[in-house]
Design a protein around this ligand. Structure first.
Ligand code: NAD
Length: 504
């Protein structure tokens, strides 16, 4: 055992996961910290997927009749479990996904936040009352539970994405079946155990209300194709969304897609450069560049390009890179070898396309021969070339210059993805133009803060190849319910709408 995987058994025990749940199977899970084996899980078969979704559907049929505020009580209990387990689960996120501990804990805090939000929401699933054109009539909207929600999640937010979906789905009266990333199933086992503890304390939640599917994309495909999965909420690469979206549409299911991003920051001449450097640093190298909202492109006015690039390089040289569980580390490892190779290929392509690369090389290979730590890279690009328009899921920050503000906004929008964006500027005309209809085309547009680290109160998601889905706060709950329009006649007449006459 390495010092890293030796941390696992006591954590799992405290989180309520028995060793047999993560040993003896064929799905091998390793820690990105040192490449050591954390567990071998038994994947579900396609037939088991069918059975589990059917069982979840049975749970839905009774759960939908439980009053919504009572459903909220289950999520309140889940938030209590999460508060108690925050340190252990945060550490497990670091072990399995390689995030620094502060970010692992932050991810669990995000779960607690969405639970609190959902508890309040359980008393606010409002519909409208609508004026009817007919005398003695009333119209209204009712929101009803939808069915089984299939959740597919990515490795980089191994627990938060499940909670965004589950907290809302459960108060909305749905059942949940979750297929986590094959790279991070241990955190999923822990979440499931915490949910079951909460359900036990709740008392009369139907069995199978929240289920876990272990396996690779084949298991995800079986979930996607199940006719009783009313909504598929899928988070991951655009490649995955291109497959999942049409498959769900083919059976007229609903999908909520949260896919890749290629997020830019525009820096104008009036920007506060101290603030800008700090904002960019967290957004570009936090989570080792493995957030969907990571800043990947800087579009900088020529007057400040040189000075900003130099200041960023100085900050990059001072970054503590290493074991994410060690206090003081800011940059942990990449998830695996494939991620490292993808990064090196992108840097080679950037050089071919005229880029000047600073950083990007592997470090700590002696200490961690089976893990992949890199120096985050800054690449000065002549223009927004092909490689820049592609999402490489690693810490590469491309810097490009601009002269006119309109040119900067056009560059910001000229990529296939549309997740997050930001502007650093103290010029009101520029910031408002950036936020306007002809400004950023992204689902998230910020002023004087970076592109990553969203709060749960707002709707989260993006446009174009990011998939168009919205989850978490605001009115994202509507995706988890179905809307019925009701017309009620309390008169003794039967007038038809639009003045149509139909009498014998
Ligand atoms: P991935 O696409 O490789 O895998 C994501 C999940 O999809 C996994 O659980 C995988 O098993 C499953 N999957 C893959 N193909 C499938 C198919 N055909 N049918 C059903 N399931 C399938 O992504 P990843 O490498 O784990 O995560 C990184 C990617 O996720 C990046 O592109 C990142 O931008 C994106 N991401 C987006 C958001 C967002 O909210 N927009 C959040 C986190 C990550």
């Amino acid at each position: 055992m390495s010092t890293v995987n030796a941390l696992l058994p006591p954590l799992m025990q405290r989180l309520g996961v028995v060793p047999s749940a993560y040993t003896g199977g064929t799905l091998r899970v390793t820690s990105p910290i040192d490449g050591s084996e954390l567990g071998c899980l038994a994947p579900h078969s396609a037939q088991q997927v069918q059975q589990l979704v059917d069982a979840a559907h049975q749970a839905f049929l009774s759960w939908r009749k439980t009053p919504a505020p009572r459903r909220g009580e289950l999520i309140r209990l889940l938030s209590e479990e999460l508060r108690l387990a925050k340190n252990d689960l945060g550490q497990l996120v670091s072990l399995e996904a390689g995030k620094i501990l502060s970010e692992g804990l932050g991810e669990v805090q995000e779960m607690i936040d969405i639970c609190d939000f959902a508890v309040g929401l359980s008393r606010q699933l409002y519909g409208l009352t609508i004026a009817s054109e007919r005398a003695g009539h009333r119209m209204m909207e009712s929101w009803h539970p939808l069915g089984v929600v299939g959740v597919i999640s990515a490795f980089n937010f191994p627990v938060a994405v499940w909670s965004w979906n589950t907290a809302l789905a459960i108060v909305c009266g749905d059942a949940v079946v979750w297929k986590p990333s094959e790279k991070t199933p241990l955190t999923a086992l822990a979440c499931q155990a915490l949910f079951e503890r909460a359900a036990q304390r709740f008392g009369d939640a139907p069995p199978a209300l929240s289920q876990l599917l272990i396996g690779t994309r084949e298991v995800g495909e079986a979930l996607v194709n199940h006719p009783k999965a009313a909504l598929i909420s899928a988070t991951g690469s655009t490649r995955m969304g291109r497959e999942v979206g049409p498959n769900v549409a083919r059976r007229f299911g609903r999908s909520l897609l949260e896919l890749g991003g290629n997020n830019a920051v525009i820096i104008t001449p009036s920007a506060d450069l101290d603030l800008t450097v700090r904002g960019i640093l967290f957004a570009a190298v936090g989570t080792a560049g493995q957030r969907c909202t990571t800043t990947r492109r800087l579009i900088v006015h020529h007057n400040v390009r040189q000075v900003l690039t130099e200041r960023l390089k100085q900050s990059y040289l001072a970054l503590p890179i290493g074991n994410p569980l060690t206090a003081g580390t800011l940059v942990g490892p990449l998830i695996d070898r494939a991620a490292f190779e993808g990064m090196q290929q992108a840097l080679a392509q950037a050089r071919q396309e005229g880029g000047q690369v600073f950083g990007g090389e592997r470090v700590l290979a002696d200490q961690f021969p089976d893990a992949y730590y890199v120096k985050p890279a800054i690449v000065a690009m002549p223009t927004q070339t092909e490689v820049v328009r592609h999402e490489t899921f690693a810490p590469i920050l491309y810097i490009m210059g601009y002269t006119h503000f309109e040119e900067a906004v056009a560059m910001q929008n000229d990529v296939p993805q549309g997740l997050s964006s930001a502007i650093f500027s103290n010029d009101l005309r520029e910031t408002e133009a950036f936020l306007s209809a002809s400004g950023s085309d992204c689902g998230i547009a910020n002023v004087n803060i970076g592109t990553s680290g969203a709060e749960i109160g707002g709707a989260f998601g993006g446009e174009k190849e990011t998939g168009g889905g919205r989850e978490s706060g605001s009115d994202a709950w509507r995706a988890y319910m179905r809307r019925a329009t009701n017309t009620i006649n309390y008169s003794k007449e039967l007038p038809l709408a639009q003045g149509v006459r139909f009498e014998v």
